[in-house]
Design a protein around this ligand. Structure first.
Ligand SMILES: [Zn+2]
Length: 458
């Protein structure tokens, strides 16, 4: 890595730069992460075990919810016994977290972890869960934020634009919001370019106008927003754009190709959750993801609860390794992912996942009882949008044999368009479904700005 624009906190020490205190703490983690990414999976697993044992001892001593539940793990004499018992440890559900309330919060924290802060996550089920984390956890989070920028060789002095917040009244068109740096994680260490942001609920034409006016080098947004921008933009192409960063939702198959075709740039996707932090980053050389094994133990489990075979789909179970303020052990976050086939050719030992499929609530259930992932590829969506002047769409399974296709259209549809749209849905979902068209006045995003193009109400 050459020519990184380090920021010095002392005006008379400029080479090498004297980075600020918080930046230094983050850099010390980053220095280690630069090396551990090349470790073998066995060595990473050993590192995880040593950190897990610290977390378990703390949870047993200080967290009422876990007291007495972890003795067998803590007493495991060797690694083999530890992992056997780990795999027998029950999964933690979202409901349990909600019901536990303060019982999951550490009664006392060790020295040096700093103040605690809490956040609330909305989730798709409506009822929020509270997550509490320490300043130490946030320093680690910052180190991983910077790792992701370094992996993808971003020009940190360039301009970043974000279309992500849906907070009412925030970052409104036409001005949006303006920061002099890319956020504290990166700004504590480097002299970065500016960051501009716009509310995700801004009408699409105005988003495009804003993008043209701001001319950013990087755009950070949600996959469904990117899809809409690409399709609504016509010949428009953001003139200085180098890369699009996607977060927070499932990246639809084909969206990368569409972005390359329309805007001539690559998409770099990140997998994270509000309550667990970063789970996986896209490989610098491939389109699959590397689990961030130094931050969290991520297990992909089959229906029997055993680790899936390589290349199979399983549920995502997460244990953040450093959040002593609110230890979550084997938390079933509700997502499904497909594991990779063996190590990555890039040489990193961090385990590979091929794709993230999203939540079980978003599985299509067939009338015969079987289930499948109804992922709408970019090609599927393109096919649908070519049939009628559709501005926005959502597919909802409303009964075992009924699918509702919700559309917002520029005008009332002609009979022929209705017929063609119904035909598209039958072809996509199968003749066993009855298809209804619905024209709701609004298709809502969640409080976190997320949008799901397939939802199941079963
Ligand atoms: Zn790789």
């Amino acid at each position: 890595m050459t020519d990184l624009p380090f920021a010095s906190a002392l005006p008379d020490i400029v080479f090498p730069a004297a980075v600020s205190g918080r930046g230094m703490a983050s850099l010390s983690f980053l220095f280690q992460l630069e090396q551990s990414q090349w470790w073998s999976q066995d060595r990473l697993r050993q590192g995880q075990e040593t950190q897990l044992r610290q977390l378990l001892a703390h949870a047993d001593a200080q967290v009422p919810f876990w007291r007495g539940k972890l003795r067998a793990l803590i007493d495991a004499a060797d690694s083999a016994a530890f992992w056997t018992r780990w795999h027998a440890q029950p999964l933690l559900t979202r409901r349990q977290i909600q019901d536990a309330g303060d019982k999951l919060i550490s009664a006392a924290m060790p020295e040096g972890h700093g103040d605690l802060a809490e956040i609330f996550t909305s989730g798709s089920t409506g009822k929020p869960i509270r997550a509490v984390r320490s300043e130490m956890w946030e320093v680690l989070w910052s180190a991983f934020t910077v790792r992701e920028h370094l992996w993808h060789r971003r020009d940190l002095g360039a301009k970043l634009a974000a279309i992500r917040t849906s907070t009412k009244g925030k970052a409104l068109w036409p001005d949006g919001e303006r920061l002099e740096h890319w956020g504290f994680s990166t700004g504590d260490i480097f002299k970065t370019g500016p960051c501009v942001s716009l509310n995700i609920t801004t009408p699409i034409e105005r988003q495009l106008e804003w993008l043209e006016r701001e001319a950013p080098d990087y755009l950070l947004t949600h996959p469904t927003m990117l899809d809409r921008l690409l399709r609504a933009g016509g010949d428009f192409r953001p003139k200085r754009l180098k890369q699009v960063l996607t977060i927070s939702e499932i990246l639809a198959p084909g969206l990368r190709a569409l972005c390359r075709e329309r805007w001539g740039v690559t998409v770099i996707d990140t997998y994270s959750t509000r309550e667990c932090g970063y789970l996986a980053f896209q490989c610098p050389e491939h389109e699959h993801y590397h689990l961030q094994a130094e931050s969290a133990l991520v297990e992909i489990l089959d229906e029997s609860g055993a680790p899936t075979r390589p290349g199979a789909i399983g549920r995502v179970v997460v244990t953040p390794l450093h959040n002593l303020a609110m230890p979550l052990l084997r938390y079933d976050i509700g997502d499904y992912a497909e594991t990779g086939n063996g190590p990555c050719p890039c040489g990193r030992g961090l385990p590979v996942i091929k794709s993230i499929l999203g939540r079980r609530q978003n599985l299509l259930r067939l009338p015969d009882g079987s289930e499948r992932w109804p992922l709408l590829s970019s090609g599927d969506i393109g096919g649908l949008l070519a049939l009628a002047p559709i501005r926005h769409y959502q597919v909802a399974q409303v009964a075992t044999d009924r699918i509702e296709l919700r559309l917002q259209t520029a005008r009332a549809l002609a009979d022929i368009e209705v017929t063609q749209v119904l035909g598209w849905a039958r072809k996509k979902f199968g003749a066993e479904f009855h298809i209804d068209l619905a024209f709701p006045p609004k298709l809502e995003r969640s409080a976190a700005g997320k949008f799901e193009d397939f939802v199941s109400l079963l």
